[in-house]
Design a protein around this ligand. Structure first.
Ligand code: CP
Length: 315
């Protein structure tokens, strides 16, 4: 069993319930991972994913090895049949096979480069490990998805929702750097697995990949989208059509206390790290309605559920 996309799961509702049980007794399965090793390979920076996934593995009694691949590993070649007479020192074929000898599960973080849409959509790093590793693979944020984050988001919303069918708004917000679409993509896919009044709001031209958003509702007027919302999930992403570019940095899209007043006393969510007073004002993120720290805490139980299922199910 691999965990590549939130769409891989059989029942979101069931997984959320199981994760909440783990949260109550995180050390209950401390023996499950005895003598098993999780290898975590990072091609990009991380705080939450690294520590929460490591903690999840430790809660299951696993050993953990972490490698920052870009600074510590050999530069990898991903193309089959490549004549390796320039930059790359090692082919993914050997690298993935070798890491599989040392680890029982391999977790990978490899972001979009945002220069080549086709290459990013092909998920070259993640797919390379999937193809050549001989052990289960976990996606710790790839070019197009962050399914551990969206599982944690579903757990957090389940804990905070006060009605069966809440109004949930994913809002774009400005950011000084070009960011990938992975988090909003997985959030959209997760929302499509549950019963909610789900609305995506962003400036015109900032549409996400339509193959992911499908028939999810899009409202270009942020104020209209916020009306009576129960959850506001803020996130920046760079332009998908004008691929990887920042074509809008309008500060009017920042989530402010005045905007939150339009909602039904909504909870504020963000995957973190967040640029304060750019994505969201201090007033909002420091308010009682902000659940960003709980959201980050739930990363542990999301990762623990995924690792537990892999350990229980094997390949
Ligand atoms: N939300 C998230 O994935 O955080 P990190 O990038 O710090 O791991």
């Amino acid at each position: 069993m691999n965990y590549i996309s939130i769409q891989n799961i059989d029942s979101l509702n069931k997984w959320v319930k199981e994760a909440l049980k783990i949260k109550k007794k995180p050390l209950k399965n401390k023996k499950l991972g005895k003598n098993k090793t999780l290898g975590m390979l990072f091609f990009n920076s991380s705080l939450r994913t690294r520590l929460s996934t490591q903690k999840a593995a430790l809660n299951l009694g696993m050993n953990v090895m972490v490698m920052n691949f870009t600074s510590e590993g050999w530069t990898l070649e991903f193309e089959d049949g490549a004549i390796m007479n320039s930059g790359a020192s090692e082919h993914i074929k050997e690298a993935a096979a070798v890491v599989s000898q040392y680890c029982d599960i391999i977790a990978i973080r490899a972001f979009a480069g945002l220069a080549d849409k086709e290459k990013d959509n092909a998920e070259i790093v993640l797919m390379g490990f999937l193809k050549y590793a001989t052990v289960p693979i976990v996606n710790m944020e790839s070019a197009t998805g962050h399914p551990l984050q969206s599982l944690a988001d579903a757990i957090t919303m389940a804990e905070h929702k006060t009605k069966h069918r809440p109004k949930v708004v994913l809002t774009w917000a400005p950011h000084p750097r070009a960011l990938p679409q992975a988090v909003p993509n997985s959030f959209v896919q997760m929302m499509q697995l549950q019963d909610a009044d789900f609305v995506i709001t962003h400036p015109e031209g900032y549409e996400l990949n339509p193959e992911i958003t499908k028939d999810s509702k899009i409202e270009y007027d942020q104020d209209k989208a916020f009306a009576n919302a129960d959850f506001i999930y803020a996130k920046n992403w760079s332009n998908y059509n004008d691929y990887g570019q920042i074509t809008n940095s309008d500060p009017n899209w920042t989530v402010t206390a005045d905007k939150m007043k339009l909602t039904n006393n909504a909870k504020f969510m963000h995957c973190l790290p967040v640029r304060r007073n750019v994505i969201v004002t201090d007033e909002v993120i420091d308010s009682q309605n902000s659940i960003v720290i709980e959201q980050a805490n739930n990363r542990t139980y999301a990762a623990q559920l995924v690792l537990q299922k892999i350990l229980e199910n094997g390949k």
